[in-house]
Design a protein around this ligand. Structure first.
Ligand SMILES: Nc1ncnc2c1ncn2[C@@H]1O[C@H](COP(=O)(O)OP(=O)(O)OP(=O)(O)O)[C@@H](O)[C@H]1O
Length: 258
């Protein structure tokens, strides 16, 4: 199996006015090619920080991490990943096509390549025909899909997603979860996904990383026994409930209730 992201004894301590905050402590994890890895844990356990370290948006204070065998910085320069933030973050003055085109313009793709990629990614997220609309003309779920299209536009092999569906209602979220699995299946990308939702983590992942705070660390890594083919009603099966139970137990063990 080809290891895409490898963290070894990773530490990240923020120095704050209230003293040091150990956002990550002794974190070890391997993510393989084609894995769908969810990070779940209570607020402040370091999920976002871990994703940001992978994306070279934060620097670790100890240990090592490689992305595609090189440093996160080199991987960023190689355009190894796309990043999807909590809020869709689309520019309101640009059309959907214009938003998706933005990273391509910055990277110097020619006009024909830009147009081709915008069309392809809009199709991937089921937004064909919406290129000329503005963000405010789309629902929240559609905006989040457009932001996924933007992260996919330069065809990076890795997609890092920080709670992309957290602000959406449950029905929309279910639908986007299904679409994301479908996209993952069709593209073979490696996905890192932060969530607070146990069903979402279990439904989507091949690997579920349970984290706990103070200091932020990994308390359990669950390899999902569920098949790759996952209709939404798989969530009612005993296998699914068993994995969800194990995640819940892991969360409980790491929780201090203060
Ligand atoms: N730039 C920063 N400076 C100081 N402390 C920070 C910084 N970024 C994060 N932290 C702290 O590091 C810890 C981990 O934060 P992080 O955002 O990674 O947690 P999280 O698990 O993603 O939380 P949430 O689920 O609320 O998004 C928290 O205690 C947070 O306050």
């Amino acid at each position: 199996m080809n290891t895409i992201i490898s963290a070894n004894n990773l530490d990240l301590t923020f120095q704050t006015n209230d003293g040091p905050v150990h956002a990550l402590k002794g974190v070890n994890l391997d993510i393989d090619q084609g894995d769908f890895v969810s990070f779940i844990g209570p607020s402040g356990c370091g999920k976002t920080t871990f994703l940001r370290v992978m994306a070279d948006l934060e620097q670790p204070t100890g240990g090592t991490i490689t992305v595609n065998g090189v440093s996160p910085r080199e991987a960023r320069l190689n355009r190894a990943y796309g990043y999807v933030f909590q809020a869709a973050g689309l520019y309101p003055w640009r059309t959907i096509g214009g938003n998706i085109r933005l990273p391509l313009e910055i990277m110097g793709y020619d006009k024909a390549a830009q147009a081709e990629r915008v069309e392809k990614t809009l199709e991937l997220v089921d937004l064909a025909g919406f290129e000329k609309k503005f963000p405010w003309q789309l629902s929240g779920g559609m905006q989040q899909r457009a932001s996924i299209a933007r992260a996919l536009a330069f065809d990076a092999d890795i997609l890092l997603m920080d709670e992309p569906f957290g602000a959406l209602d449950e029905i929309v979220r279910d639908h986007l979860n299904e679409q994301l699995l479908n996209l993952w299946d069709r593209t073979g990308k490696t996905i890192g996904f932060v969530t607070h939702s146990i069903p979402e983590a279990v439904y989507l992942s091949t690997k579920i990383v349970v984290m706990s705070p103070r200091p932020g660390r990994i308390t359990d890594v669950i390899e999902s026994p569920l098949p790759k083919e996952r209709p939404l009603d798989i969530r009612d099966t005993p296998e699914f409930l068993e994995v969800a139970h194990r995640v819940r137990e892991g969360l409980r063990a790491g929780h201090s209730y203060d």
